[in-house]
Design a protein around this ligand. Structure first.
Ligand SMILES: Nc1nc2c(ncn2[C@@H]2O[C@H](COP(=O)(O)OP(=O)(O)OP(=O)(O)O)[C@@H](O)[C@H]2O)c(=O)[nH]1
Ligand SMILES: [Mg+2]
Length: 317
């Protein structure tokens, strides 16, 4: 297979080729030169509005996303109809097996054949920064191709997942009724990144208690300029989805009014992640080769210490 130019692929993807779009996203996942070229191209294009959906495993995120796709396609942004929706499904716990991929496809089946909807599962493969960099890159590709709105679903269980979700413009945290679910969300750091709370599976008992727990935890969090609303949904029937979409778009208007600050904060966080990833990559290069082995020998012989050895390897000594 001959590698295609990202620029050429972008033109084709803008003209509607899903194959070209898929190839660009594979470049983004795989890292290397094609990824860099793709990132440079898409960074210049307008970013899409991104809605992150996170929460504990099995809370109904994919089912809810499926409903939100349908709802979004009836709405507009800045006066233009939302005519296309992109969806990234991220499961950091299974980067290669794609265990979640099949499930997500099944759960978003309502839109599996809709040409206005593009659903893609993301894996890490070779990207130097892993998912925390590959996902923002991929979202920008979707923006460059012309998607006005994209969803990104991640399971909110760890720091990385929270980071991925919170790189969205609006982050929805999904909890389910039941003792301790809100506490769990708090423990996972989800409370801090939530712009909108959803108590999904509201057809089950315990909704009021869960809402109350969330509200109390929000009260403890102190003053915020935006108080995250707490909404109920039944993703399997679509109950509450219209109101949820209203809340999402209200939050979008809120951040839009602060777009300069928000963009600066996001750019700052992303630049720091890229820097960290590049330095980590350099560590890999330095920690490999004759000079490194010589320092290891010196350490074993007791003629240096790890700090001195490291300094001399980075050229500080
Ligand atoms: N009773 C009820 N079941 C629901 C609701 N929403 C989703 N489910 C069911 O909950 C199960 C999990 O739904 P998913 O949408 O796959 O949940 P998820 O959060 O995407 O799961 P992971 O991606 O594996 O973390 C499925 O069997 C859904 O049919 C709801 O509102 N009420
Ligand atoms: Mg899911």
């Amino acid at each position: 297979v001959i590698a295609r130019e990202p620029g050429e692929l972008l033109v084709e993807a803008r003209a509607g080729s899903r194959g070209a779009l898929a190839r660009l996203l594979t470049y983004v996942e795989s890292g290397g030169e094609s990824q860099r070229a793709t990132a440079a191209l898409s960074y210049a294009a307008p970013a899409p509005y991104v809605v992150g959906i996170t929460g504990a495993p099995g809370g109904g995120k994919s089912t809810l996303t499926d409903q939100l796709i349908g709802e979004a396609l009836t709405r507009s942004l800045d006066g233009s109809a939302i005519d296309e929706v992109g969806v990234l499904c991220v499961d950091p716990s299974s980067p290669f097996t794609g265990g979640a991929i099949l499930g997500d496809r099944i759960r978003m089946q309502a839109h599996a054949t809709d040409t206005r909807v593009y659903i893609r599962s993301m894996a890490t493969r070779g990207h130097l920064g892993g998912l925390s960099l590959a996902v923002p890159d991929a979202l920008r590709v979707l923006g460059a191709v012309g998607f006005p709105l994209s969803f990104v679903e991640t399971v909110g269980v760890g720091q990385l997942e929270v980071e991925v979700a919170s790189s969205a413009d609006t982050t929805i945290v999904v909890v389910t009724p039941g003792w301790g679910d809100a506490m769990q969300a708090n423990k996972a750091g989800l409370l801090e990144v939530a712009d909108v709370f959803v108590v999904n599976k509201a057809d089950r008992a315990g909704v009021a208690e869960t809402r109350r727990d969330l509200a109390q935890m929000l009260d403890l969090g102190g003053d915020r300029q935006w108080r995250p609303p707490i909404l109920d949904t039944v993703a399997t029937t679509g109950d509450g989805v219209e109101k949820l979409m209203d809340a999402i778009l209200q939050h979008r208007n809120f951040v839009d009014g602060r777009s300069h600050d928000t963009r600066r904060a996001k750019a700052r966080a992303e630049l720091e992640r890229v820097l960290a990833a590049m330095l980590r990559e350099r560590v890999g290069v330095i920690a490999d080769g004759a000079a490194y082995e010589a320092q290891v020998d010196a350490l074993v012989a007791g003629t240096t210490d790890p700090y001195q050895a490291a300094e001399s390897l980075i050229g500080l000594a």
